[in-house]
Design a protein. Structure first.
Lengths: 277, 277
């Protein structure tokens, strides 16, 4: 693991690191915010999964998470959204290939050799984080924005017991029924839609729900509402009597101005669940 | 004035606008955050002047000011740092020309036709803001980062009565004695150093001080300490018994991770002065 940068931030440290990922078969970059309390021992951690076109950097610089994480004494990990490098397959579209890993393990060419973001986020990166940072891997929570909200929800429901809580900002809720999803799941996983189901938050919610609290924020003026279909997840949560809160926020769009506005609530929500563990 | 974008943000609106500047003789872009309270009438305003290489956008997306401004019911204006456009003179160096206006009115060629940032920030933009936004121009405060801290301090001291309070993050304190200053003041204003004096915060402080509170934050691990010379301003403030606070922050560098960490304090500091007016 290489240290790319470390900056003092809200009494703690905002670091950027890289390492050779075995599952993605390339060099990967990620960011970790450690609060001051991590100098004295392991602290809980909140994973933040980013959306289409993002790297580790967007949320690290624009989501305003560090101040609230510092207040609650928890770490935040910001992974990248896809494998990177010249020999990694890509597509001209912004929503396929690099920057658009969709948090699945690709089984189809040309994606399979590198696009293993499910295993990267579920297994490889947590092992690296646990071994190299003062983070208590028994206290994890997860959130994300847009494609990252999809990732957070599907990881949380597929890994019961792993995360104390899950939240999302404007998540892609039902990719198997959206143009943000059908194209990518088909490209990465092939045309057998039965294997898509575990990567669809609404379908997962209908089947298994989540053993912990859920918080969803969605801007009512989001320019991508037709692709995000918040009503699908909202319906599934209510039908399953899921312990959770679904908030429609009038006037807000899909930007980081929306994410940063509600970050305080999300970090406090996760801190409650993490410290109760 | 043209509206480029408006996003809901912390209950208010983060807008980006452009207009034809008469003094800079080019199209200029700026950003304004209006809190929810501006829907009911004029609110106080905090000016945020940015540093070298920045546009209106850097602080708008990375400084974390909007949440605290919303909490205190004040607007924030983020101007650009220089004139822009193809026919505007530039230099290969990052610290001269575009992105490096230094908040002075250039008298020397090739800069004089466009580089009139002093008049732009002191006169033209305030008139535009006052005419087009629900902002109370009787309640203004100013802050800035690095070159923008220099701008904030020199504007505040040269325009007595204009600003209720002034603060700065890692300001260039003594440009007449620094490589961040001598080169630019010479290029823009010529070699007569007597005309530089009003654009040097330390020299201004030694002469006139400021009729209101001053707050300075400086990171002790700033990579540009030799160019910022915080000791010059600190000495001048103490010598003049300036009403103010000078804080040296251990471990912090020159980045927005530093700025965002202390933004809450700066906005609260200005809000106190603005609401007391």
């Amino acid at each position: 693991m290489k240290t790319i940068s470390e900056n003092a931030c809200f009494g703690g440290t905002q670091g950027v690191y890289s390492h050779t990922s075995k599952v993605c078969n390339c060099e990967m970059t990620f960011a970790v915010f450690l609060p001051e309390e991590a100098r004295d021992g392991p602290v809980p951690v909140l994973w933040y999964l980013s959306g289409l076109t993002c790297t580790h950097e967007n949320a690290m610089t624009k989501a305003g998470a560090q101040g609230w994480a510092a207040e609650h004494g928890i770490a935040v990990v910001f992974p990248d959204t896809s494998p990177r490098g010249e020999d990694v397959a890509d597509d001209e579209a912004y929503d396929l290939g690099k920057g658009a890993g969709f948090y699945v393990n690709a089984t189809q060419d040309p994606w399979a050799p590198h696009f293993q973001m499910w295993s990267y986020i579920a297994d490889e990166l947590p092992a690296l984080i646990g071994a190299n940072f003062e983070i208590d891997m028994e206290r994890q929570a997860i959130t994300g924005h847009s494609m990252g909200g999809h990732g957070a929800l599907t990881l949380a429901m597929n890994l019961p017991g792993r995360f104390a809580s899950v939240s999302a900002f404007a998540p892609i809720t039902n990719p198997a029924a959206s143009d943000w999803g059908r194209k990518q799941l088909s490209a990465y996983l092939g045309d057998d839609e039965t294997v898509w189901a575990r990567h669809d938050a609404t379908m997962m919610m209908e089947k298994t729900d989540f053993d912990g609290p859920v918080l969803i924020d969605q801007g009512a003026s989001d320019q991508f509402l037709d692709l995000l279909t918040p009503e699908a997840l909202s319906h599934a949560m209510a039908t399953k009597r899921q312990n959770g809160i679904f908030r429609m926020q009038p006037g807000y769009d899909h930007s980081y101005f929306f994410v940063s506005t509600f970050m305080e609530d999300h970090v406090a929500f996760h801190a409650d669940a993490l410290w109760a563990k």
